[in-house]
Write a protein that binds this ligand. Structure first.
Ligand code: TYD
Ligand code: MG
Length: 453
């Protein structure tokens, strides 16, 4: 019997050590080292497909590139995020929290691609469960094969026999290779399986879609190892209690990473949201205080989003601060600016903030809308339904310019707003022909004067 060799592997970053250590010297996480058994050196002979490979280096000039032969996925949103469609032989990772809709998105993709055969491998669900899901999606594809399997070697044999046009692996954490003795989902298994799938996809030209689970702290299990291996990393995010989902690309070897797609989860699967601005603004009949609309940009996509604030007298000594969809530290900073610059005694008030639709916004241009909502709720005076905001707030209360201002203004104008507040310091503003009034403000004090006089 060959002697088994063990190694300690960091479950966060994949670093290895011959002995157990408490804190990973590479990623500085505590208690992430687990013992994993690695197999004997003859392991490479187990895989029949990899063994067959005997390729030689080629001259760069002689390589025929089919870079422009992108394969459409049937979903315009997904095509855009991928940079215009799938590239042959690409390995795409789709990450997200459990229940967010990764399997649904992947199955919808498999059912939409009717011009080629698909191999949908699930290590989590049985064939019957996948069939039920397909019925729920009210779609079918006569060329879609489903295969409930967790052994990588079996999957590669079937993939080699079928030669499908696309392989979906749901999920990479449930697949294991016989080359390693550790259990599925460990860093070494995830890394080895992904590497073998990469090799398979590169040699056959078949695109492979990997689904990956995200751990509680928002990273993929074995995140750094996986992100390095694959060509494209997509994240599917959103709040499980809401229907909206954002598909974002964080790495793309064949396109830009600034694209994002917005979907809604319906009774029969995911549907693309063509006009997100209309979804994130609630229609109120009468003007309400504490609400204002921000013209934000995510990646390169502009959309308008509603921010809501509630300011009330603090019942207990320490005022409460709560924020959903916006960084609480930034909220505290904005409140401090309001206290200092606009004379509002917010230290004795509870402040609750909410971004509509369960969306997380990181665009600093939302600041102006947030302080407007807070002030509006504090004064119990609505800011008006026809006004929106786009500007960053600095520590001295100055309103700072933001990127892509023309796009934001155009979107606001398209959505029927008649006034938009922006920074006075916005340079090169070449926006003409607007049916929207642009109000430039330089300081928080000026905003307050203009809004609530
Ligand atoms: P799923 O794709 O299984 O999530 P993941 O693979 O990321 O874990 O999606 C699970 C959720 O989506 C589940 O709560 C039910 C919901 N859902 C719908 O609302 N409509 C549908 O048509 C489908 C298939 C699922
Ligand atoms: Mg799933």
């Amino acid at each position: 019997m060959p002697k088994t060799k063990t190694v300690y592997v960091c479950q966060n970053c994949g670093a290895e050590s011959p002995k157990w250590i408490g804190r990973c010297p590479s990623c500085k996480e505590w208690n992430t080292y687990h013992e994993e058994i690695i197999a004997s050196s003859s392991a490479h002979e187990i895989n029949p497909i990899l063994k067959r490979e005997r390729r030689k280096p080629e001259l760069l000039d002689e390589i025929k590139s089919d870079e422009h032969q992108r394969q459409k996925t049937g979903s315009p949103e997904l095509d855009r995020i991928l940079g215009g469609g799938m590239v042959a032989g690409s390995l795409i990772l789709l990450g997200g929290e459990p229940g967010i809709g990764k399997s649904t998105l992947a199955l919808q993709l498999a059912l939409a691609l009717k011009d080629r055969s698909i191999l949908y491998v699930s290590g989590e669900e049985s064939e019957e469960q996948i069939s039920l899901r397909a019925k729920r999606l009210k779609s079918s594809n006569p060329q879609c094969y489903v295969y409930s399997e967790t052994e990588l070697e079996n999957i590669l044999v079937q993939a080699d026999n079928l030669k499908p046009g696309l392989i979906v692996i749901d999920s990479i954490q449930t697949i294991r290779t016989g080359m390693l003795e550790s259990s599925a989902g460990t860093v070494s298994q995830v890394r080895e399986c992904a590497a073998q799938l990469l090799k398979f996809s590169k040699t056959t030209g078949i695109p492979v879609f990997l689904i990956g689970h995200i751990t509680k702290d928002g990273t993929l299990a074995g995140p750094k190892v996986l992100e390095h291996i694959v060509d494209i990393v997509l994240y599917f995010e959103g709040d499980n209690n809401y229907i909206y989902r954002i598909l974002r690309s964080v790495k793309n070897r064949f396109g830009s990473t600034s694209e994002l797609g917005i979907f809604e989860m319906t009774e029969s699967g995911l549907r693309e949201v063509a006009n997100p601005s209309a979804m994130f603004i609630n229609q109120h009949d009468e003007p309400l205080s504490g609400i204002s609309i921000a013209a934000t940009v995510d990646g390169i996509r502009p959309f308008l989003i509603e921010t809501q604030a509630l300011v009330s007298s603090a019942v207990y000594g320490t005022p409460q601060r709560s924020s959903t969809g916006f960084d609480i530290r930034r909220l505290n900073m904005l409140l401090a600016v309001l206290e200092k610059r606009a004379g509002f005694r917010l230290g004795v008030k509870d402040v609750f903030l909410n971004i509509a639709g369960g969306i997380k916004v990181e665009d600093p241009a939302i600041d102006l809308a947030i302080i407007s909502s807070v002030l509006s709720s504090n004064l119990d005076s609505p800011v008006g339904k026809d006004v929106c905001f786009s500007g960053e707030v600095g520590l001295s209360g100055e309103i700072r310019p933001v990127s892509r201002i023309e796009q934001r203004i155009r979107e606001a104008s398209k959505m029927g707003f008649s006034r938009i507040y922006i920074s006075k310091y916005q340079k090169n503003l070449s926006f003409k022909g607007a049916e929207i009034e642009i109000i430039s403000v330089g300081k928080v004090e000026a905003l307050v004067k203009s809004l609530f006089k």
